[in-house]
Design a binder for this molecule. Structure first.
Ligand SMILES: Nc1ncnc2c1ncn2[C@@H]1O[C@H](COP(=O)(O)OP(=O)(O)OP(=O)(O)O)[C@@H](O)[C@H]1O
Ligand SMILES: [Mg+2]
Length: 328
């Protein structure tokens, strides 16, 4: 039996979220926020954290700086139960930070990448990564030093018998090229949001993107924010609408969706249940600041998932997942 259900390679840093700023941000003025949250950030770490809280066995590999921000990030992730023994504290590196200005209409996301741009192939322990049933990478375009080796890493994981998934997230350079074409043949589940899907497919609209991308990957999942999500496997398609919840912010909702989806996928659930549970997890994450605060509040977690369990009765998170084979 492999050691983990899933191993994840990715970035690890904090999100500093400021709420209540004015809609316009004139320079040289003292602009006051009404609330501040310092929370676990970065797509990969939010996914790892929330998967572990749901009950999947998670191994997480990353590179951070040898600094206070790295230490806090690591401690927050470790509290979820994810294994962080392969997170490397690199001397001379600075842990990245994302500052989010959360406003009702739109949010600004400002990132200093730091160590996340520096993680390279030499930081990976391929044996550790292969000791799992499934392998995942988030934030494809942020792994500047590693990206050119990711096609090979994915191919090696497939050759070792793992199933794989990828959430590219945004491309800050807005190029959407590079090594993705070479990586996709080794990806079983591709998770994107609507913008990312359209840009990746070089399509005029979402429907065209769905057509094009579903031919290139066995399972395609496209998240459409408060409207829900779409999952396709060949001609099979499911669309969900998220639960109406009291939303604080949607930071990390996509990563929480991925956590819910993959948690079910790893247990061998069918596509419909995977997307329904992803949707539930995405909605849940919006009920507290940032991507992990809802999952860190145990009482809130229990209350939400028991309250919303009727339709997903057997999709409920379990403390120890059944050792089912992931579907290819
Ligand atoms: N306001 C909301 N209410 C309920 N559910 C939501 C809301 N916003 C998002 N979700 C859920 O979270 C999922 C993912 O959200 P979104 O489409 O924002 O992903 P994303 O763009 O990948 O996010 P991220 O910024 O975390 O990468 C949606 O498919 C939906 O199920
Ligand atoms: Mg996303």
């Amino acid at each position: 039996m492999p050691r983990f259900d899933i191993t994840i390679v990715g970035e690890l840093n904090l999100d500093l979220i400021l709420y209540g700023l004015p809609e316009s941000l004139p320079p040289e003025r003292e602009l006051l926020a009404s609330r501040l949250t310092l929370t676990l950030g970065s797509s990969s770490a939010i996914l790892a954290h929330n998967l572990a809280v749901l009950g999947s066995g998670v191994g997480f590999l990353s590179r951070i700086g040898d600094d206070a921000l790295g230490e806090i990030s690591l401690a927050k992730l470790a509290e979820s139960g994810a294994d962080v023994s392969k997170v490397r504290r690199a001397r001379g590196s600075t842990t990245g930070l994302t500052v989010i200005l959360a406003r009702p209409e739109s949010r600004h996301i400002l990132t200093y990448p730091g160590a996340m741009f520096e993680m390279g192939f030499e930081d990976l322990d391929l044996r550790y990564l292969a000791d799992a049933r499934h392998f995942h990478v988030s934030s494809f375009y942020l792994h500047r030093a590693l990206r050119h080796r990711l096609p090979e890493v994915f191919a090696r994981m497939k050759a070792a018998g793992l199933t794989t998934s990828l959430d590219t997230n945004d491309d800050p350079d807005d190029r959407w090229d590079g090594e993705l074409d070479q990586t996709l043949p080794s990806v079983d589940v591709l998770l994107l949001n609507a913008h990312e899907a359209t840009r990746t497919a070089r399509a005029a609209n979402l429907e065209e993107a769905l057509e094009k991308l579903s031919k290139r990957t066995p399972v395609l999942v496209v998240k459409t924010g408060a409207e829900g999500a779409i999952a396709r496997r060949g001609r099979e398609e499911y669309r969900t609408r998220p639960r109406a919840v009291e939303t604080v912010d949607a930071v990390g909702a996509g990563d929480s969706f991925d956590a819910g989806f993959l948690h079910q996928f790893l247990r061998g659930a069918d596509l419909e249940r995977c997307i329904a549970f992803g949707s539930l997890a995405g909605a849940f994450s919006t009920t507290r600041p940032g991507g992990t605060e809802a999952f860190r509040d145990r009482a809130h977690f229990e209350e939400f998932f028991s309250h919303h369990s009727t339709a997903e009765a057997d999709a409920l998170p379990s403390p120890k997942p059944a050792p089912l084979q992931a579907k290819p």
